[in-house]
Design a protein around this ligand. Structure first.
Ligand SMILES: [Zn+2]
Length: 428
């Protein structure tokens, strides 16, 4: 049995975090549960905030985004902040408003792709529906349907031999998960949601629901140090950031964890990184610590560093040709500093040097990632937040394989290394 000091213990805790978080709303609920257990109390955006040095709080916007902070002993304008950012959403499918599809003697559930999923990885898996429903009267409820009620069955090769030249999936026609045979009398998704929420079907007046893989996250690999799981991008960094924040001692500087929704679809929402959530929270923090100083927000932001934490690409065992030959991060090799000449990542000389120094303090190795010159580069909340707030930002992340697959792969050995690195950044 692993002990708390076992180097796999944090990886096991990450697996539990992923299993508890089938949707962004569930991820926020799990973050809130862990923060509450550690003494952080929730603030509402509609209330007036009274903040004392050392106070630890969190605030949730629209169910899918969360910001947690521990107020430092020094005013923000003179000390700045240390922030870790990550995202709560992952590529999936979102349930449509009119979702009761009936064809070929089956009852299916209409869904719409969300983000850049590797579509074929969703075939032949045990799926469920999870997320948030709006109830009559303005209340909400988290729901996750029990069991594995949905499935996207492959077409048998005997019925389409052209699949040997490559599988083409039309999301509108081919990726409609099947619920049941259409017997006319059995309950559909609407009834199942109401039952799961403990209300009448008429009381469910809206929903933000996604498909989720039901197979629990697992130890994998020959020595059991790998983690095979859904949604590691970017729940792994939400988990590492939270773990680092909870372990960090209170200090002079205010420490912040921001977990945004909607990164996989461009971050353009009120709770996404292009929205005002982080700027609003910083403005309110500064209003308390530096009242009446109209320059305080700008001084605080200029003295701060945001570590944008999102998974990076480990070198692929059979497709190493898709990587820049001098930059091939390894699973278990520690945090990856991500750089891009075209600013798809926010990391610059000062930022990468600062992060590498923090890693050295923590005894954590650093790896570097850049894209090949003949391939486009992904992006993160880092450049968006840096552009919006003018906050110095560095893009980092644990290495992984199969990013955006329904079932991704990372190393449990990288979890304590990420937590150590992010902890050193928050303590700086
Ligand atoms: Zn990501």
């Amino acid at each position: 049995m692993p002990t708390p000091t076992d180097e796999l213990a944090l990886g096991d805790d990450l697996r539990a975090f992923v299993d508890a978080s089938p949707s962004p709303s569930h991820a926020v609920a799990e973050l809130a549960r862990r923060l509450g257990a550690a003494g952080f109390t929730e603030l509402a955006e509609v209330d007036r905030w009274q903040l004392a040095p050392g106070a630890a709080h969190f605030v949730v916007r629209r169910g899918g985004s969360l910001i947690a902070f521990r107020v430092g002993s020094a005013p923000l304008a003179s000390s700045g902040m240390r922030l870790v950012g990550a995202h709560t959403d992952s590529p999936t499918f979102k349930v449509r408003p009119h979702n009761d599809v009936r064809q070929a003697g089956y009852r299916l559930v209409g869904v719409e792709p969300y983000g850049g999923a590797l579509l074929h990885t969703w075939l032949d898996r045990e799926l469920t529906v999870a997320g948030r429903v709006a109830l009559r009267g303005g209340r909400t409820a988290l729901v996750r349907l029990p069991g594995a009620p949905l499935r996207l069955p492959s077409l048998a090769i005997h019925l389409d031999r052209s699949v040997r030249e490559g599988l083409t999936l039309d999301p509108q026609r081919h990726l409609v998960p099947v619920w049941d045979r259409d017997l006319g009398t059995t309950p559909g998704l609407a009834e199942a949601l109401a039952t799961a929420a403990g209300v009448d079907a008429d009381d469910v007046v809206g929903h933000d629901l996604v498909l989720a893989d039901t197979q629990p996250a697992a130890r994998a690999g020959a020595d059991g140090t790998w983690i095979a799981a859904p949604r590691l991008d970017d729940l792994a960094c939400c988990h590492s950031g939270l773990t680092a924040l909870l372990a960090a001692p209170a200090g002079e500087r205010t420490q912040v964890l921001v977990c945004n929704d909607h990164e996989e679809v461009g971050s353009g929402s009120m709770q996404g990184a292009r929205g005002s959530f982080l700027a609003d929270v910083i403005t309110r923090l500064v209003a308390v610590t530096d009242p009446g100083d109209v320059q305080a927000v700008h001084r605080a932001v200029a003295r701060s560093v945001l570590v944008s934490a999102d998974l990076g690409h480990a070198v692929h065992p059979t497709r190493a040709d898709r990587h820049e030959p001098a930059h091939t991060p390894e699973l278990g090799g520690g945090p990856v500093l991500k750089l891009n000449a075209n600013q798809a990542y926010a990391t610059d000389a000062l930022g990468s040097g600062w992060f590498a120094e923090r890693c050295a303090e923590a005894g954590v190795p650093v790896q570097y990632f850049v894209s090949r010159a003949d391939l486009p580069c992904g992006s993160t909340i880092g450049p968006l937040t840096a552009t919006r707030l003018g906050i110095p930002t560095v893009d980092v992340g644990a290495p992984m394989l199969a990013m955006h697959s329904c079932r991704e792969l990372a190393s449990a050995l990288d979890v304590p290394l990420m937590v150590g690195a992010l902890g050193a950044c928050l303590r700086d």
